[in-house]
Ligand binder design. Structure first.
Ligand code: SAH
Ligand code: DHB
Ligand code: MG
Length: 224
């Protein structure tokens, strides 16, 4: 990165991580097991994990939905905030990811609170709507072409006060590049348009920089 330390995002991320999200044996073990299993290292950063915890605590989340489990790293950050009796449902399409995540969540002592659902998230959310489930926080972190459908499903799975959090909505600025018609990017753009046009949601995007480069997280609060 830049030789000017004030512009070195990774150094700042390391500093913030030491300060705000110091090494944790359970989370470190989850990363280690995920790497051993050959999963891609695309989980949230520790500082982002902290943001997820903060948001879950801010809305006193009892029921959390996560779309995109991978090795269960963000799952552990979020599930740790649950009060007694709270539940987290996490959706994942890859059987191998679910297997690794189950072991990580078990080691974290959180198995009683986490419900893993294997399959395409579009089908899993449809089932959750049929079950009339409601969530206090919904974290989208899976296939971006699916984001518009997940937004529409989220509106059916939420109540006034629910927080909608969606990862990877900036991707090095591609979201604002009109010439880019990659379905990863158009999916995100459509998500943001739906959020902006939905009168029941107060939404914004925080651009982020750090060890994962330039990206952003959309945050929406369901009101009326
Ligand atoms: N939330 C995780 C990272 C998730 S990475 C963390 O921060 O720790 C994205 C995950 O979404 C991958 O495991 C991928 O297999 C899964 N995924 C991709 N498409 C999907 C789909 N259609 N349905 C469900 N999961 C999907
Ligand atoms: C990728 C996916 C993510 O969810 C993320 O946070 C970073 C990268 C990816 O698919 O490359
Ligand atoms: Mg992500």
């Amino acid at each position: 990165m830049s030789s000017d330390p004030r512009r070195d995002w990774e150094a700042v991320d390391r500093y913030l991580t030491r300060l705000l999200a110091p090494a944790d044996p359970v989370l470190d073990a989850a990363l280690e097991a995920s790497a051993q299993a050959g999963l891609p290292a695309i989980q949230v950063t520790p500082v982002q994990g902290r943001l997820l915890q903060l948001l879950a605590c801010a809305v006193r989340a009892r029921d959390i939905l996560e779309v995109g489990t991978l090795g269960g790293y963000s799952t552990i950050w979020l599930a740790r905030t649950l009060p007694p009796g709270g539940r987290l449902v996490t959706l994942e399409i890859e059987p191998r990811h679910v297997e690794v995540a189950r072991a990580n969540v078990e080691r974290a002592g959180l198995s009683d609170r986490v419900d893993f659902r294997l399959g395409p998230a579009r089908e899993s959310v449809r089932r959750l709507i049929e079950e009339r489930r409601q969530f206090d926080l919904i974290f989208l972190d899976a296939d971006r072409p699916g984001y518009p459908d997940y937004f529409r499903a989220s509106m059916e799975l939420s109540h006034p006060g629910t927080l909608l959090v969606a990862d990877n909505v900036v991707r090095n600025g591609l979201v604002a590049d009109d010439s880019c018609d990659d379905p990863q990017v158009t999916g995100v753009r459509r998500y943001l348009e739906l959020m902006a046009a939905e009168p029941r949601v107060i939404g914004t995007v925080l651009q982020t920089v750090g060890e994962k480069g330039h990206d952003g997280v959309a945050i929406g609060l369901v009101t009326g």
